[in-house]
Design a protein around this ligand. Structure first.
Ligand code: MTE
Length: 333
């Protein structure tokens, strides 16, 4: 039987934003029981927010990329509008609100950049930006993207299969997993300098089993919608694993390590009963606090809210099912 929650799916995000707002108000000294009761705190805070200068949506000029169109991965799906892909983000290093990454990443420097690849490999390698953009044939792939918060997008990514990179470094026989790490730089990422309750910490880390990492669908993105990635989407280089919940698709990667043992991952450390290592999109395995049976389509918002659609097993990529053929997907969520 499915777990029923009193939090509605489409309230998940809103609730997080609400909690965050409350934290901000508290920080400003505007959130007290009596002042809230009188409504004063809310209106003062609102006017404080309104007085803040409106930031231009993005100071990073679009830089176009040369790429070929994938013949296999170009499904006839309606794309999510570009301004939603670059304006509704999860990148907690910048902040908890969906608008924070675009707003707070305007001075983010992704040049120069280095990605170190090490661990269980025969050819240790460090990629710089020139390598990242020129060593691989860049292709555009249109993928469904499904967040664990039960919203979804369709994004035209530009990049290359992770397998192309892994073959170059020649994994040893001991390489069973691939671990990824995001840049740690509290001067650029305002949230990295802060302490959080529970076990949530930075740098953000993620991981895949080696056969997942080598699967042809597993993609390293360096661009979207024809241009280089903007900071809010994980510039200059990020992972995209379209059959898994979005939190596996780690952004702004600086280290890729091949390991013998399953690597720890940020959300699993933070809430192991809610976020597993596998995180395969699955309508039949609920999050403990909400159902995953359907999803909100970002960009379809109208007068009566956003449209919803049924969630597909493996996010509509049945070709990965063989990776999990002997696994209990309820246990390995
Ligand atoms: N990578 C890092 N380093 N930090 C993050 O907070 N958020 C993850 C993932 N990668 C995250 C991250 C989550 S929860 C999602 S849903 C996707 O990035 C969102 O990607 P997008 O903002 O490009 O849509």
């Amino acid at each position: 039987m499915k777990f029923r929650s009193n939090i509605k799916e489409n309230n998940v995000t809103d609730e997080k934003i609400f909690i965050n707002r409350r934290r901000i108000l508290k920080g400003l000294g505007l959130f007290t029981a009596s002042s809230v009761a009188s409504g004063i705190a809310i209106s003062r805070a609102q006017s404080w927010f309104e007085q803040q200068p409106k930031m231009p949506s993005n100071l990073h000029a679009p830089t176009s990329l040369k790429f070929f169109n994938s013949t296999i991965y170009s499904p006839n799906l309606e794309l999510t509008p570009e301004n939603k892909v670059t304006g509704y983000n999860n990148f907690y290093e910048f902040g908890w609100d969906k608008a924070d990454p675009a707003r707070l990443s305007q001075n983010f420097k992704s040049d120069p950049w280095k990605v170190e690849i090490d661990g269980e490999i025969n050819q240790a390698m460090t990629l710089d930006l020139d390598d990242i953009f020129n060593k691989f044939d860049l292709e555009e792939r249109i993928y469904r993207f499904r967040c664990v918060e039960a919203w979804s997008m369709v994004i035209p990514w530009i990049g290359f299969p992770l397998s192309a990179l892994l073959k170059m470094v020649d994994p040893t026989n001991n390489a069973k997993y691939v671990a990824f790490q995001t840049l740690y730089d509290p001067e650029q990422f305002p949230n990295q300098g802060k302490k959080f309750s529970g076990n949530f910490s930075f740098p953000y880390i993620e991981g895949l089993r080696i056969d997942e990492a080598m699967h042809p669908l597993t993609f390293v993105a360096v661009g979207l919608y024809g241009n280089k990635l903007l900071p809010q989407n994980g510039a200059p280089i990020r992972l995209v694993v379209p059959w898994k919940y979005g939190f596996k698709s780690i952004k702004s990667i600086v280290n890729i390590r091949l390991t013998e043992n399953e690597p720890p991952t940020t959300w699993n450390i933070s809430a192991p009963n809610e976020y597993g290592f596998y995180a395969n999109v699955n309508p039949n395995v609920s999050h403990p606090r909400w159902s995953q049976a359907s999803e909100r389509i970002i960009g379809s918002e109208g007068l009566f809210g956003a449209k919803r659609q049924d969630t597909l097993l493996f996010n509509g990529y049945p070709e990965v099912a063989e990776l999990y053929k002997n696994m209990n997907l309820h246990k390995y969520y």
